[in-house]
Design a binder for this molecule. Structure first.
Ligand code: 26Y
Length: 800
């Protein structure tokens, strides 16, 4: 390939181009332009820069017939795009200077962009980090998802309780996407199946058009850009005039109505699978559109013989959500392209791979055969064929299978149809082997592999933590951004007082900035020298925000007992949304807010303890909170958190972790060193044994003075009407499935060790350096290299 020398634009070039887009694309003169106009003009200017590597990708991949990766995900939690694109293109300094020329405020411009919140939490954010790393590494790849009109709901608090409002990011023009009217596919649902001359034909009863909307995703140094292709639903026949004219107005509008609902809204629940028809339709909509697109591209480039598909295509299923890909690919190969079942099965199996992200039984997808048969009748037939073939070929009739109790088990389907199945941390992968897929693992020993999660260091370090990034650049050079293992070079500086001072100053700068935000948004006066203790993630019982707030209450009580004691000042920060129907998680939100209201106005403890719960935690808020954190709360019941990725972001940004031996915490602790990590709590094995003991909760509470006091204060109504928390209290005393009580004392004691450690500033900062220096493993670049070698068997494009 001819090397392409790309000249970076100067500040003057950028400012000229911004003015050009302002006038010619936005149609506004500078004297009338709003922040929004400027942001769009700047976004178009940056987008122009991405087009060069993007075209390079298209030409190289096609001309050289490169194998591609396809990442199918119902969620891409992207967040804001502009700041990340500027950083990746290496244009931050030029852009700062350009904005100076134009006299524009960068923070105001960046802050004007709405978050693309097309995901619930970890799984969606992982997909976004993977897209960035795939581009950074120069791997030809597409992400396929749904262009939800409404992303994850907005959260606000009323009387301390969560209230949801619809999210509306597409209410304004979205400058990053290119609509591809020429790439549209018809997606059918329902109807009936017919056999004509031995060939099966599915006649769908209704259909929609999937239309492609492309967003380029640029990697580090702007060398390569891949495409995130999101599907939006369009009605098949815009309007049935015939029906309308004959007076059947409702019937005439039906195709429109189906299309309007299909890509309308992201399902906001990441825990309980509700088995809703619309969700199944969304999953099929994404999958069927993606597969048609993949086969079309393959045949364009390599001809009509689809037996070579696995050599040129690797498809990754992000959890079971797109697992209908197995039956759909077989259907396309058999019914549309004339292959026999055995051959179709073999091609599909060599192409598909499946990532498992959860062991929680309530999050595992299963569809009733009745619903599956109604919505996707042909697919149900194929599922029955896959199931029967698997039972025969493994000689396990009536044993493990996809169909059970009139349900289609999507995990089993994904497993059986996958070439490789992976877990997302070492511990999780072990548990995948020994629990959910115990039987299947015995039959297919080589199938399960581990790929520990990672996060994109461009967004999660260079972009979101400028003070630290600057210090790293000055100390070890700039190469760490694309090669995070280079953070190791910091280790010798862990004993250098000047470096420790500089690190402390960088952290403090982030804490001051956050404090200003908390004052402006919540009216909370935070002390930037207090320990910033942060737990941000979705609200879920297994993540145990309840353990954290109960410990806070107990601490508050102890401070009251000796108000002149030598307490370490702390700011407890919570952030996270509960699924709208998850009552218990919502009561915990209510409890945290009520406790915060009481404690924050207590003059006796004010110097030592404050609580902040800013509403509407999202990617952009994470970018502010994580760089300002001293302590990262990773306190899930061992065995329940598949990996966690927030934990990695905190470590990279120099927070120390208080955590259990769960998910990737295990690997974080091993890497940073057990002496630089605050470990507490039962192991996964111990937790399982403890849970099996009758009366474990009550027994543990009786033994713990601190826990008893905390529960008692709640029950007495010290923070609000006790009735509000009756269900939380009742569950804690009588059931406590996530072992808050069993781990309480260990957690409380560990927090006191944190208090003591934080008082030795020098030593704390030294530990922070070691956490940063040893966090290189958690770059998603490393994760993607693992997928490339173990699962996809793809190479970066030549020259990258
Ligand atoms: C089927 C529906 C109810 C559903 C929708 C979303 C089920 C699950 C999800 C999302 C799950 C998720 O975000 N899992 C998280 O994936 C992260 C990335 O691997 C892990 O780090 C994290 O531990 C896991 O909870």
């Amino acid at each position: 390939m001819r090397p392409i020398v790309t000249q970076l634009p100067s500040a003057q070039d950028l400012s000229d181009q911004i003015l050009h887009h302002l006038t010619h694309t936005q149609g506004r003169g500078p004297e009338f332009a709003t922040i929004f106009d400027w942001r769009l003009a700047i976004s178009y200017t940056i987008r122009d820069q991405i087009v060069t590597p993007w075209m390079r990708n298209h030409r190289t991949s096609r001309n050289q017939g490169l194998k591609r990766v396809y990442y199918l995900s119902m969620e891409f939690l992207i967040g804001r795009i502009l700041g990340d694109a500027i950083i990746n293109l290496g244009l931050d300094q030029q852009m700062d200077a350009a904005l100076d020329i134009l006299d524009l405020d960068k923070q105001a411009i960046l802050g004007d962009e709405p978050d693309a919140a097309l995901g619930n939490g970890g799984l969606g954010r992982l997909a976004a980090c993977f897209m960035e790393s795939l581009s950074t590494l120069g791997v030809p790849a597409y992400g396929y998802g749904i262009r939800y009109e409404h992303g994850l709901f907005r959260q606000r608090f009323e009387g301390g309780q969560q209230v949801e409002a619809p999210e509306d990011w597409l209410n304004q023009p979205h400058p990053w996407e290119f609509v591809r009217v020429d790439y549209s596919y018809e997606i059918g649902f329902k109807g009936h199946v017919e056999t004509v001359d031995g060939r099966t034909v599915w006649h769908p009863g209704e259909s929609v058009i999937a239309r492609a909307y492309d967003t380029p995703v640029v990697g580090w140094k702007g060398r390569w850009a891949n495409t995130l292709r999101l599907w939006g639903a369009q009605p098949t026949n815009l309007f049935d005039l015939h029906r309308f004219n004959s007076g059947d107005h409702a019937e005439a509008a039906k195709p429109e109505a189906l299309a309007r609902t299909l890509s309308r809204v992201l399902y906001p629940d990441d825990t309980t699978d509700s088995g809703k028809e619309l969700r199944l339709k969304q999953e099929y909509f994404l999958t069927a559109a993606a597969l048609q697109d993949i086969l079309r591209r393959y045949m364009d480039e390599h001809g009509d013989d689809l037996t070579g598909l696995p050599d040129k295509v690797a498809i990754q299923l992000n959890d079971t959500h797109p697992a209908i890909a197995g039956p759909e690919l077989i259907r396309l190969l058999m019914d549309e392209h004339g292959y026999g079942f055995p051959e179709a099965l073999q091609i599909a199996r060599a192409t598909l791979n499946y990532t498992n992200h959860t062991l929680l039984p309530e999050a595992l997808e299963r569809w009733s055969t009745w619903l599956m048969g109604r919505v996707l009748p042909r697919h149900l037939q194929i599922i029955e064929m896959i199931d029967a073939e698997h039972r025969t070929s493994t000689r396990r009739p009536g044993h493990v299978g996809i169909l059970k109790d009139d349900q289609v088990l999507m995990g089993e389907l994904a497993f059986i149809m996958a070439n490789k199945v992976n877990g997302v941390s070492a511990l999780h992968t072990d548990l995948v082997r020994s629990t959910v897929f115990y039987d299947l693992n015995k039959l297919h020993g080589e199938k399960i592999v581990n790929e520990t999660n990672g996060v994109a260091p461009r967004r999660w370090l260079r972009m979101s933590n400028p003070p630290l990034a600057k210090l790293l650049d000055a100390t070890i050079g700039t190469e760490w951004t694309g090669d995070l293992d280079q953070l190791r070079l910091l280790e010798p500086h862990a004993t250098d007082p000047a470096f420790l001072d500089a690190l402390h100053a960088a952290k403090r700068q982030n804490k001051v900035a956050l404090s200003q935000g908390l004052l402006a948004d919540l009216g909370l006066k935070a002390d930037p020298d207090a320990l910033f203790d942060v737990q941000v993630k979705r609200m879920h019982e297994y993540k145990r925000q309840l353990l954290n707030i109960l410990e806070t209450i107990a601490l508050w009580h102890r401070i009251h007992e000796s108000p002149n004691g030598d307490w370490t000042p702390r700011l407890k920060i919570f952030g996270g949304k509960a699924a709208p129907g998850y009552w218990l998680a919502k009561s915990v939100i209510h409890l945290i807010n009520d406790v915060a209201a009481t404690i924050n106005k207590d003059p006796v403890t004010a110097k030592y303890l404050q609580i902040a719960y800013p509403p509407n935690y999202n990617v952009s808020m994470a970018e502010k909170l994580i760089p300002a954190a001293d302590l990262s709360e990773q306190i899930s019941t061992a065995g329940k958190e598949a990996s966690g990725t927030g934990n990695m972001k905190f470590t990279m940004n120099g927070a120390l972790t208080i955590g259990t031996l769960d998910g990737a915490n295990v690997e974080i602790r091993e890497l940073v060193g057990p002496e630089n990590f605050f470990l507490f709590g039962l192991t996964a094995e111990e937790a399982a044994a403890e849970k099996a003991k009758p009366g474990h909760a009550r027994a543990a509470i009786e033994k713990s003075e601190n826990m008893k006091i905390a529960l008692q204060l709640i029950a007495e109504g010290r923070f609000g009407r006790a009735e509000s928390y009756f269900s939380v209290l009742d569950r804690t005393w009588n059931d406590d499935p996530f072992l808050v009580a069993s781990d309480f004392d260990a957690y409380f004691d560990s927090q006191r060790q944190v208090d003591a450690a934080y008082r030795d500033t020098r030593d704390w900062d030294r530990m922070a350096v070691l956490n940063i220096a040893r966090s290189g493993y958690f770059s998603s670049d490393r994760t993607i290299r693992g997928y490339m070698a173990d699962i996809w068997h793809v190479e970066p494009a030549p020259g990258l």
